[in-house]
Design a protein around this ligand. Structure first.
Ligand SMILES: Nc1ncnc2c1ncn2[C@@H]1O[C@H](COP(=O)(O)OP(=O)(O)O)[C@@H](O)[C@H]1O
Ligand SMILES: N[C@@H](CC(=O)OP(=O)(O)O)C(=O)O
Length: 546
């Protein structure tokens, strides 16, 4: 049967690829192109129609290691052999100290039937501290790098952790020295590029995984540390917010499964990190990106379950920092979880549900501080018959644009022109509400704009300037999106309650949107009113019986 086949190649380092042909057994030859880079990672996708034909690579002067996608063949069944069974991801909050690392090790050992791949984030707030240290290095002068408070903190934390775990400090010594040198380099250059930022923060995950892996080995549980950027996590070159490329799945699967088949050492993988496909430099997947590392490994290896261990009892009905009475949500669909994460719930990385949904692998969100709590199970579907509202999410500091066409009613192409402007400027739009001659939309300052850019007034001015060629534009800042995640089949019921609550709190909704996803209704309010609204809505939906 003819089917499209995708292939990915890794060129042998240092050798030029002169021939550009692949032979598909006797069935034909497929030309492909390569992009020369200075290093080994050259990937090209080839579409070909003979799926089951044996592959022979015809390339002169260089070996091309072809990895075919065989996702279904690697799915393992729990308890039937020695296959890896699940992913267990522990966030920074779960591994903030030696004591916590010991507890996490005990937790892993308390599941003797599981053979997990472990994914770890940097210890505690290490990523924030590394970024702060980098910013200070830009201005402090080379001779003062030694005295950057955050550098001392990071050194002290990791050395103390090594001592308390009883492992050799040599496992992290090179990284501590490398970090010091990098900060000196930043201070000499007096600049911190996005590429350098990613290299800088990678020290956090590289050190936490080395310490943890050494500890597991020390207590007699064989483990092996892996840097994600060395085992096939191939990403776009969008430093600080890179996207994982398809080539990652077969590459990661090949490395981890091959090594596991030879040696049953628990893989301990750095979360959050990848390797840019063109630059071959270390990239990061955006803040909180270790969740995405975990789901990517789950899909790549076709594992039975992906567990993400946090410091809360699963996904909650709202941000516990806004309202401490937030309750745990037992079940969610991938769509609900994706929407919730995208619209600002810090508990999950916005893109982390994608691989889990593609691979149809359940994700369990658990509390490493309270392992007996059931947590949240996220699956493809769930019984929605009784579901009304699942969770309330708040995204602050959003910019809103009201754009009204200067032409008369019936003018076609207006919406197309507006969205072309955003496309040309490379700006993502979040929530949209339209009429024939006007459109209101929101722009996310934090994730979708390359971060600091949005803070620059001239960027916004530029957007407005472009749109003013076709419309009257009103720029409204400091708005919040309140997203109501739940059963939009019951939208009348939800909205009736929402407007009652908002009216009694004297809040005017400035825009409302119900997306095609059927799980989310978004309301735009002023920033100052947002938290109070969330609390009032939480009380109405989750704490009263009617
Ligand atoms: N709806 C929500 N449900 C659960 N936690 C939330 C929610 N919204 C915000 N949070 C915050 O997310 C935190 C967990 O995410 P994160 O800090 O990324 O964990 P980790 O570092 O362990 O991966 C919680 O401590 C909580 O304060
Ligand atoms: N250390 C990175 C990646 C990450 O996922 O962390 P955490 O799992 O602690 O949210 C960050 O702070 O963004």
């Amino acid at each position: 049967m003819a089917a499209s086949l995708q292939l990915y190649g890794v060129q042998t380092p240092g050798l030029a690829l002169s021939s550009k042909r692949l032979e598909f057994g006797t069935k034909g030859i497929c030309n492909f192109s390569v992009t020369p880079t200075s290093s080994s990672a050259i990937f090209r996708t080839v579409e070909h129609s003979c799926r089951n034909t044996p592959l022979r690579v015809s390339c002169e002067a260089a070996r091309v290691d072809l990895i075919e996608r065989k996702q279904t063949e690697t799915r393992s069944v729990s308890g039937t052999g020695k296959e890896l069974t699940c992913v267990m991801k522990f966030g920074g909050s779960s591994v903030e100290s030696a004591e916590r690392m010991k507890e996490v090790a005990n937790l892993i050992l308390s599941f003797p039937d599981e053979r997990p791949v472990i994914v770890l984030s940097a210890m505690g707030k290490t990523t924030n501290k590394l970024l702060k240290a980098g910013e200070k290095a830009v201005t402090c002068g080379v001779t003062n790098v030694e005295s950057i408070e955050e550098l001392s903190f990071i050194k002290e934390l990791h050395l103390r952790t090594a001592h308390e775990l009883g492992v050799e400090t040599t496992v992290i010594a090179q990284h501590l020295e490398g970090l010091h040198q990098l900060l000196k380099g930043i201070s000499m250059m007096k600049e911190l590029t996005l590429r350098t930022r990613d290299y800088l923060v990678s020290f956090g995950e590289c050190m936490s995984t080395r310490l943890f892996s050494a500890y597991l080995n020390k207590i007699g549980h064989k483990a092996r540390q892996y840097d994600a950027f060395e085992i096939g996590f191939i990403t776009t070159d969008d430093f600080t917010n890179a996207d994982i490329l398809e080539a990652t799945y077969p590459a990661v699967s090949k490395t981890l499964l091959n090594n596991w088949s030879k040696d049953k050492a628990v893989p301990v993988v750095t979360g959050f990190l990848g390797k840019g496909w063109r630059s071959c430099a270390i990239t990061t997947l955006g803040r909180g990106g270790s969740d995405l590392t975990a789901t990517t490994i789950g899909k790549a290896l076709g594992l039975r379950e992906i567990q993400v261990w946090k410091d809360v009892d699963g996904v909650l009905t709202c941000d516990p920092n806004i309202y401490s009475g937030a309750q745990s949500v037992p079940y969610l669909t991938f769509d609900e979880a994706a929407e919730l994460a995208y619209f600002g719930a810090q508990v999950l990385h916005p893109l982390s549900m994608r691989p889990a949904r593609d691979g149809d692998i359940p994700v369990r969100v658990k509390n490493s501080y309270n392992p007996n709590a059931p947590g949240t199970v996220i699956t493809r579907s769930r019984d929605m018959s009784k579901a009304v509202l699942t969770s309330i999410v708040l995204k602050r500091n959003v910019t809103m644009l009201d754009i009204a066409s200067t032409r008369m009613l019936g003018q076609y192409g207006f919406l197309a022109k507006v969205f072309t402007t955003f496309e040309d400027l490379g700006i993502s739009v979040d929530v949209v509400a339209t009429s024939e001659v006007s459109i209101s939309l929101t722009l996310d300052p934090a994730k979708l704009w390359g971060r600091e850019l949005v803070q620059r007034a001239n960027e916004l001015d530029h957007v407005v300037e472009e749109l003013e060629k076709i419309a009257v534009v009103k720029l409204l800042q400091r708005r919040s999106i309140i997203s109501l995640i739940g059963n939009v089949q019951k939208s009348s019921l939800i909205l009736e309650k929402v407007f009652k609550v908002l009216r009694s709190n004297g809040v005017n909704v400035q825009m409302i949107s119900q997306g095609a996803s059927k799980v989310n209704i978004s309301l735009i309010v002023n920033d100052e009113e947002a938290e109070q609204c969330v609390r009032a809505l939480h009380s109405a939906f989750f704490e009263t019986s009617s």
